[in-house]
Design a protein around this ligand. Structure first.
Ligand code: FPP
Length: 229
């Protein structure tokens, strides 16, 4: 009898905001605003899903600083607005908020806000929503190895995994929206045995129906983790 895969940890590369806006004759910032709304819808879906415990979203990469300053500034302001507004959603839905990445490059004000929300939601177990902020997988691995080096720890798969920003167990499924088929320096260590799904839908148009059908597909995929099944 076929056993269904159970999805506990879902990660998403939210791509296509800019192209979505351009196709509508709008400024790129409008695409990011629409993308923030999609985050809310998808997070709510995950809260209500029986098996999903962790949702990791790629919100700002270590490479995104190369964008024009005006766009970077806009994304920072949008993040601040989003977090202030969503704090209520985190409380109402018992969402634990967490961050991966090196946020020491963010403004002190934003870092304080992030810390405040992490502190206020750390006991919640409805869903853990992780935003990847100033995140790059190579940077994460370098920081982890430095940490181990500084404490003269043994180097093993377990110790490296523990020293990474993401002690959240296996990552089951990665979705990238927006039509590109690459990983863009996201969770390279954690993705070793994850299932990958690439959607052509730009992030602002990505909805719960498509997510549901991707999860249905995932549940029936053969996962053998290098062994036989
Ligand atoms: C990719 O679109 C999107 C990002 C730069 C990261 C995701 C950002 C959001 C969803 C905005 C809101 C985020 C928060 C946390 C409030 P793109 O600009 O690369 O699109 P393109 O490839 O079409 O240009």
């Amino acid at each position: 009898m076929e056993t269904k895969n159970s999805i506990k940890h879902l990660a998403i590369i939210m791509d296509g905001n800019g192209r979505w806006a351009k196709a509508k004759g709008l400024a790129r910032s409008k695409g990011h605003e629409a993308g923030a709304k999609t985050i809310k819808d998808i997070t709510k879906y995950c809260v209500n899903h029986t098996n999903i415990k962790t949702l990791t979203l790629y919100a700002f990469s270590t490479e995104n600083w190369k964008r024009p300053k005006s766009e970077v500034d806009f994304l920072m302001r949008l993040l601040e607005r989003y977090l202030k507004k969503e704090l209520q959603t985190y409380h109402e839905n018992k969402i634990c908020f967490d961050v991966i990445g090196d946020i020491s490059k963010f403004s002190t004000k934003l870092q304080k806000l992030i810390q405040k929300i992490k502190d206020q939601t750390k006991e919640y177990d409805g869903l853990t929503q992780i935003l990847a902020l100033n995140y790059g997988a190579r940077d994460e691995i370098v920081r982890a190895v430095k940490k181990l080096n500084a404490t003269a720890s043994e180097i093993s798969e377990e110790s490296i995994a523990q020293a990474l920003d993401t002690p959240y167990g296996e990552l089951d499924l990665l979705i990238r929206t927006g039509g590109e088929r690459r990983l863009s320096n996201f969770l390279l260590w954690q993705l070793s045995y994850s299932e990958l799904y690439f959607s052509n839908t730009p992030w602002p148009d990505f909805g719960i129906n498509e997510l549901q059908s991707i999860i249905d597909d995932f549940e029936h995929r053969k996962r053998n983790f290098g062994g036989l099944r």
